[in-house]
Design a protein around this ligand. Structure first.
Ligand SMILES: [Zn+2]
Ligand SMILES: [Zn+2]
Length: 239
């Protein structure tokens, strides 16, 4: 096979169980389908790939594949190759043969692919801590604190209980106690009643945590305030 850039005969080279074709003149490499990712992963495994730079990790995907260079022919089947953005957003532009799906990488592009696949551990940690902070901030918000307030819900519950005791009817008092156990349980122990999923940090950081606790507390409040709302509505209507 001949190099699609300079026409030199490609030499075979073995790496990580793969045989790749390298141009001894311009250092470009031909990868048959599947070989590129395997070779890049083997480089990462052997610890010869530096971390991706932080500014590379926070990049914007480049839409244009226009490159100011001559067309390249597939060294295997002679077809015109097509330029593509590796993994859609790496911004490393390689040439792919539409017929045999082999890939040509110019000098240095394999190392850039390996760095892209490796990523930057510091950036991943930073994004993960940011995600955790967003979750904890939203949990400590004023609405959330109000909804979980044991004092406020406790005062309202005491007023209800006093009113029930005031009727002197045992059945009313028992019903009220049952009602308050249910509603205060929802408000006071909303987190224990809910469930969590963690923060996903691989392959890309993302918040996957659900906070059903807050919804349980909200349901508790709706229940707790229901008698008050019904009572006020009745009082207004009867007037
Ligand atoms: Zn060459
Ligand atoms: Zn081809």
């Amino acid at each position: 096979m001949k190099c699609p850039v300079c026409g030199t005969d490609l030499s075979q080279y073995s790496y990580g169980g793969q045989t790749i074709d390298v141009c001894p003149e311009c250092q470009g490499i031909w990868f048959d389908p599947g070989e590129l990712k395997d070779v890049a992963n083997e480089m990462i495994r052997q610890n010869v790939v530096p971390d991706q730079e932080a500014k590379e990790a926070f990049h914007v995907r480049s839409e244009s594949t226009d490159r100011d260079e001559p067309m390249k022919l597939c060294p295997r089947c002679g077809e015109f190759t097509e330029v593509f953005n590796y993994s859609c957003d790496s911004n490393v532009f390689l040439n792919k043969c539409p017929t045999c799906h082999g890939i040509w990488a110019d000098q240095g592009e394999l190392e850039r692919i390996a760095r892209y696949l490796k990523g930057n551990p510091a950036v991943n940690r930073y994004v993960e801590s940011l995600a955790k902070k967003v979750v904890s901030d939203s949990e400590q918000g004023i609405v959330s604190r109000l909804l979980r307030s044991r004092l406020l819900s406790g005062i309202i519950a005491s007023v209800y209980l006093c009113a029930a005791i005031g009727t002197g009817d045992a059945k009313t008092i028992v019903n009220m106690i049952m009602f308050l156990i249910l509603t205060l349980g929802c408000i006071w122990f909303s987190d224990a009643m809910g469930s969590y999923t963690g923060i996903l940090s691989f392959p890309r950081p993302a918040i996957t945590r659900r906070t059903p606790g807050i919804f349980i507390a909200l349901a508790g409040w709706v229940l707790l305030l229901m008698p008050l709302v019904v009572g006020i509505t009745l009082a207004v209507c009867c007037d």
